[in-house]
Write a protein that binds this ligand. Structure first.
Ligand code: GDP
Length: 593
């Protein structure tokens, strides 16, 4: 036993419950010291585990303190906010964990076939009752190494996870059909993997086909920042045939090799942290979620929080459907016990008990309400300079879409030259065609902007960008695009507005209203008049006043708009000196850049 301090016990106020780490912080000793003390009293607790006042008090006395409970006992428990931060792991506690692999590549190049072949040849069949065959992830064993595969191929799913702040993939396998070569989605997949900083292995598939040309694939890859070993680079390329099952062992060996180099580790001896891979509402079992444990160990009976959902792990199954009681890092598990099905990409945390889980959910809901009011800003050209000046932004991430490949190359190199000592301009993806949903997702996940040069924006991409605050700028002149970025980087970017005319009305009669003052009885000459628009009052060809349309009436009814050919009453704010024959021009301002 460590020597008991001889000095007088120091008073300390402790809440009704706190984590081991918080107790350490309060007492000014390390969390490890607290854990050791707890062990001597037969209490096994980890750093983020909550302990009650009585337990904390015993340890405090040991360490020379005189503890008292802070606040009224009846009201205290809910008051202390539960720490959301997870303490980093002590490197000494880390142990190797299996790699998590996602398959990316162009449509029809064989992603699904490859996943199926690997599963069929490597997963021992028949031993489990099977709650469901497809659970979103599976594992294979190879020479004593385990590899976890995410069963949803493609970069859309991959980046959707990242956009939610959850990166589960350690290694991306890029499937390229040997007869087809690098295609647009191959290039996209490379950008998405590189933006995520995930190492890649190339599987050159369909080697059984007579038209297979692996050399051409390797050559094409070099044009996309992917240089395979044969060409002097460090990317492993493995020829395979998903349908014939050839090359699969080599591919698995390569994955193990890359995993070894990456030194993937986690701490199995802490409360589980996981990510939702997929979830569904099962009619008989209720919400069923496949989770991938990222760190720690998830156990049956654990109280968990997923986003704004709390619950308890009532039952757990492995990917084959067998009941399990615990799951360590990189293990996919099917979990029952949540009230609601969570969304893919949401993070899962184990907490001390169900009460704490509910408390955290309440705090998150309150936090979200506050967040919604402060409006989370995604990077955009208007505020770019402020972010740079405040030191918050070191890189301007750009996704570039152009009509033809040639302009992409030209714009890309010109943009990169705009980098300054404060901020680097980084184009993480340059492609041809319309701005797609996947581009918007990549921008969201990478905090980037999208520049479209002679390229349209898909409605789905527009919708996602509007919802997430991703800035999409469209240009038809290269010079203008470069100038905007240059100005934005220098803090000289001024939004330019164009005046758009919505319609004209002629004043034909005047009415007096006791409440509204003078109302102009008008006839709509062209366009559409809208309430709230800016209005220019024109008399004999000259503007005599500028105002805003405060009221628009059809007979006695207030209306929002009136179309050409109809009569209406118009009330302007701050102006009512109408004369018969005046023309009212309804206008609005539109962003020009
Ligand atoms: P995904 O869209 O990338 O998931 O591609 P699929 O796995 O659905 O495969 C597309 C088509 O290519 C299917 O008709 C497969 O049977 C075929 N295919 C996949 N892998 C191979 C292969 O190694 N050899 C040959 N000949 N065909 C393959």
């Amino acid at each position: 036993m460590t020597a008991t301090p001889t000095s007088k016990p120091r008073p300390v106020a402790l809440p009704a419950a706190l984590t081991v780490k918080e107790l350490g912080d309060t007492l000014g000793v390390s969390a490890v010291e607290i854990i050791k003390r707890l062990m001597t009293h037969g209490v096994m607790a980890s750093m983020n585990q909550s302990i009650d006042f009585d337990t904390a008090a015993i340890v405090s006395v040991d360490l020379g303190f005189d503890p008292s409970e802070a606040g009224a006992v009846e009201t205290a428990p809910a008051a202390a906010p539960v720490a959301e931060e997870e303490a980093p792991d002590d490197p000494a506690l880390l142990k190797p964990r299996p790699p998590v692999v996602t398959i990316l590549g162009h449509v029809d190049h064989g992603k699904t076939s490859l996943l199926d072949t690997i599963r069929k040849t490597k997963v021992a069949a028949g031993e489990a009752g099977g709650i469901t065959q497809h659970v979103g992830a599976y594992q294979v064993e190879r020479n004593g190494n385990t590899i976890t595969f995410i069963d949803t191929p493609g970069h859309a799913a991959f980046t959707a996870m990242r956009a939610r702040g959850a990166q589960v993939t350690d290694i991306a396998v890029l499937v390229v059909a040997a007869d087809d070569g690098v295609m647009p989605q191959t290039a996209e997949a490379i950008s998405h993997a590189q933006a995520a900083g995930v190492p890649m292995i190339v599987a050159i598939n369909k080697m059984d086909l007579p038209g297979a040309n692996p050399d051409r694939v390797k050559q094409q890859l070099t044009e996309h920042n992917t240089v395979v070993e044969d060409y002097g680079g460090d990317v492993i390329a493995v020829p395979v045939s998903a349908t014939k099952g050839t090359g699969i062992e080599d591919l698995l060996d390569s994955i193990s090799l890359v995993a070894e180099v990456a030194e993937l580790k986690a701490n199995p001896d802490r409360p589980g942290q996981a990510v939702v891979i997929e979830a569904e509402m099962d009619p008989s079992r209720g919400p069923v979620a496949t989770l991938l444990v990222k760190n720690g160990t998830l156990r049956q009976g654990d109280a968990i929080v997923v986003g704004e959902i709390s619950g308890k792990v009532k039952a757990m199954f492995d990917y084959k459907g067998a009941r399990i009681r615990e799951a360590g890092p990189s293990t996919p598990v099917v979990v029952m016990g949540l009230d609601v099905a969570p969304e893919a990409g949401e993070r899962v945390r184990v907490v001390a008990d169900e009460k704490t889980a509910r408390q955290i959910v309440d705090e998150r809901k309150r936090g979200r309400e506050a967040d919604e009011q402060t409006d989370h800003a995604h990077v955009n050209l208007d505020t770019l300079f402020n972010e740079i000046s405040a030191g918050k932004l070191k890189e301007l991430i750009i996704i570039l879409k152009t009509d033809v490949r040639g302009s992409a190359e030209a714009i890309k190199s010109s943009l990169e030259r705009l980098s300054t000592s404060e901020v680097k301009v980084k184009i993480i993806h340059a492609g041809t065609g319309a701005v797609s949903d996947s581009d918007a997702m990549l921008a969201e996940a990478s905090n980037g902007i999208i520049l479209a040069f002679n390229a349209k924006t898909d409605p789905s991409a527009r919708k996602r960008a509007d919802a997430t605050g991703v800035d999409i700028r469209s240009y038809t002149i290269i010079y203008q695009l470069l100038e905007d970025i240059e100005k934005a980087l220098a803090g000289m970017y001024e939004p330019v507005y164009n005046t758009v005319v919505d319609g004209h009305a002629e004043v034909r009669q005047l009415f007096k209203s006791s409440k509204l003052g003078q109302i102009a009885g008008c006839f709509v000459l062209d366009g559409t008049l809208r309430r709230g628009s800016n209005v220019r009052v024109i008399r004999k060809g000259a503007e005599i006043a500028k105002s805003r349309c405060e009221g628009l009436k059809r007979f006695q009814d207030d209306v929002r708009e009136v179309a050409s050919g109809y009569e209406c009453g118009v009330v302007l704010s701050g102006f009512d000196k109408f004369a018969e024959g005046d023309v009212l021009e309804f206008i609005h301002e539109e962003r020009a850049n």
